[in-house]
Design a protein around this ligand. Structure first.
Ligand code: ZN
Length: 686
């Protein structure tokens, strides 16, 4: 642990800017602070709204993350009001939250942290609190207080585990007063608090203590295998990924019976070291490192150790049985601990460990899955540290339950925003770099879906995906290069979706090419090329989708972007129109064969979309104009006037229709053909 305070960067900063600087410094190190964990504060003089001098505690509010915290994320609590509470003997969380809301300098500021009074009662100007892995590791051992004493001596005061709130705040304050020279407490099974008169010193002390904890554990470890020897041999990376990709949709199906989840696969070295080790079976079932970890990872993960990790069927059978047992045991745990009649939270695990393969983390969206996964890396780090200095222990079952079902946390769950229509869904769109494909990908992402943007123009797809991730959040989309006529590339695209998100719910088979020319003059190659992309490409995507969806067992929606030419073909467009007719017939067969799997298949027939289209090259424009006997520059107007609504049709119009077919609004529609063409009489489906 390195002190990264820069005298240069911090020179000339005001006390509040130093608070932000310290917070971000601590927040940028994931071994100190994870996803919304930890908090910081300073006490200072300010003027209140009437201009009167007031002592104020600036403390991080709920809902912000230290690594990106801004000044406005710190609530201002009138310190004199907060300190009055020290005289009380007890106070419920609800009372405390309501009281603190009355003490805010700015009535609209974020709700102050549940650890606000802990900061307020500490008699020093600057306070830093983290959940440092190295410190938690020392406390999560069979004889935590003694281990702490050996590692850190009298430099910190250990405080027995207690859930954050009024009483813990008082205990910390009393301990600090009893030993005025000490400037740090260790909250057992929770974290570290340090304080000083300046942010710089509070940070330096924090880093020094965490550093000593790390050194102590490293010294104790000295080359020992803390998780025992290797019990499951490493599977070579390519085989491992193939097996994980095949298993992911099956696992997602099992975990999504109540509600769909997004799964994230992870086989980083620390994960494999752990799951393949002798002790993983036992250690993984002891419990979470901290209450904070538990809220994201649940109290326990599922662990299975298959004899043959690459035998997908056998692993799936083992997982199904393990999940059944997990849910049973989870509900039994809730039953044992639940004395207030609260409703059980969903019993599915968030972390699934498979020896030989690695870890899946699950969540309502890709962000939640990523957070759960990242936190489990730290759970493993804490277990490793604890095993180095003693033997790993965790919160008691009762404390774990109290943390998981803490009314403050349950209340936070109710504040989660409502879900978009395509939330929890995974879509693959071919030809997604631009035009109709991109418009659909964009619409789907903004409606909550995770989207794989596939295109033969891999750079274009990457650019489009990056743009969408920028707007809608990291990891929401991913891009890949895909030639839909290449069987291996198509299979790889589905493996990629499986590894990144866990499976697939929606296919938009859109990639196409427009090759023109009269039949009499058409080279065989043109005909064959059109059939390869515009017919066979759709077949390959359909086949992989049906295979995946059959295993996943959650139904699905296949959407085929065909053409007005299917029902109303035109001269000089034979290779295109015939292949598109094959696509439409393929879609109908997919609807028939998909029915028993609850997989729907529907067709969209757009017409004359020019803007952003990769289809309408200059040559095609000229050829179509010639076929209609008009000038190329009049083509758009010609198409507009040709339709009943006299409307120009845009890619976004197709995206709106695709959204309808993708989601539950069209749950009872399959085998249908829907024109998006402004109304072309001769192209009415019949
Ligand atoms: Zn904490």
């Amino acid at each position: 642990m390195r002190n990264r305070w820069s005298e240069q960067e911090s020179a000339n900063l005001s006390d509040v800017d130093l608070l932000v600087y310290m917070s971000r410094l601590a927040g940028s190190d994931p071994s100190l602070v994870l996803w919304g964990g930890g908090n910081t504060s300073i006490k200072r003089n300010e003027l209140d709204f009437r201009g009167r001098p007031t002592r104020v505690l600036r403390v991080k509010g709920s809902g912000s993350d230290l690594k990106s915290v801004r000044m406005q994320d710190f609530s201002g609590v009138r310190l004199d009001d907060a300190l009055l509470l020290e005289a009380r003997d007890e106070m419920s969380d609800e009372e405390m939250v309501a009281y603190l809301a009355q003490t805010l300098m700015e009535p609209g500021s974020p709700r102050p942290s549940i650890e606000t009074l802990l900061h307020a009662f500490i008699p020093a100007a600057a306070v830093l609190h983290s959940h440092a892995d190295a410190v938690v590791a020392l406390t999560n051992t069979a004889d935590g207080a003694a281990v702490l004493q050996r590692a850190l001596g009298d430099s910190v005061i250990p405080i027995p585990y207690r859930r954050p709130g009024f009483l813990l705040s008082k205990e910390v304050a009393e301990a600090a007063r009893a030993r005025p020279g000490v400037r740090g407490v260790v909250l057992m099974n929770h974290g570290l608090v340090t304080w000083a008169e300046t942010a710089r010193e509070a940070y330096a002390l924090h880093i020094e203590i965490v550093g000593r904890a790390e050194e102590y554990a490293a010294g104790q470890k000295r080359g020992r295998r803390v998780f025992g020897g290797v019990k499951t041999e490493n599977v070579p990376v390519q085989e491992r990924h193939r097996a994980a990709a095949a298993l992911a949709p099956l696992l997602r199906g099992m975990l999504s019976q109540r509600q769909r989840v997004i799964l994230r696969y992870d086989d980083d070295a620390d994960i494999l070291d752990f799951v393949n080790s002798e002790e993983a079976d036992r250690l993984s079932q002891i419990g979470p490192a901290t209450p904070d970890h538990l809220l994201n990872t649940k109290r326990l993960p599922v662990f299975v150790r298959p004899v043959e990790p690459t035998n997908t069927e056998a692993v799936a059978v083992a997982l199904r049985e393990a999940l059944r047992r997990y849910e049973e045991e989870y509900l039994a745990y809730v039953d044992r601990q639940n004395h207030d009649g609260v409703v059980a939270l969903p019993p599915e695990p968030r972390i699934v460990l498979v020896a030989g393969l690695g870890m899946w983390s699950c969540g309502r969206d890709v962000r939640a899955a990523r957070i759960a996964g990242e936190i489990y890396h730290h759970t493993i780090a804490v277990m490793a540290g604890a095993q180095a200095v003693g033997s790993y222990t965790s919160l008691s079952e009762e404390d774990a339950f109290q943390a998981e079902y803490w009314p403050m946390e349950l209340y936070k769950l109710t504040l989660q925003p409502g879900e978009r229509p395509l939330a929890r869904r995974i879509a693959l769109v071919s030809g997604a770099a631009r035009g109709i494909g991109y418009a659909i990908a964009e619409r789907f992402v903004s409606e909550g879906a995770n989207v794989v943007l596939a295109d033969i123009d891999g750079d274009g797809a990457a650019h489009s995906a990056a743009m969408l991730n920028e707007r809608h959040g990291e990891g929401r989309c991913l891009a890949l290069t895909l030639d839909v006529t290449d069987e291996r590339e198509v299979a790889h695209a589905f493996e990629t979706a499986g590894l990144a998100y866990g499976g697939l719910d929606i296919l938009v088979s859109n990639a196409g090419i427009a090759l023109n020319g009269s039949l009499a003059d058409m080279p065989l190659g043109t005909w064959e090329r059109s059939l390869a992309v515009n017919a066979t490409g759709h077949f390959l995507l359909t086949r992989e989708s049906l295979r995946l969806m059959r295993g996943q067992d959650l139904g699905g929606s296949l959407i085929y972007i065909a053409s007005k030419n299917v029902t109303a073909p035109g001269a000089d467009f034979g290779a295109y129109s015939a292949a598109k007719a094959a696509e439409a017939q393929l879609a109908r067969i997919a609807a028939i064969e998909g029915g028993p799997l609850k997989v729907r298949a529907n067709i969209l027939n757009p017409d004359a979309i020019f803007e952003g289209s990769g289809l309408f090259s200059q040559a095609l424009r000229e050829s179509r104009a010639r076929a209609h006997g008009i000038a190329p520059e009049d083509l758009e107007e010609f198409y507009r006037r040709r339709n009943l609504l006299q409307a120009r049709v845009f890619a976004e119009d197709v995206a709106a229709a695709a959204l309808f077919l993708a989601g539950d609004e069209s749950a009872k529609t399959t085998g249908a053909m829907l024109p998006v063409d402004g109304g072309v009489r001769e192209a009415f489906p019949r």
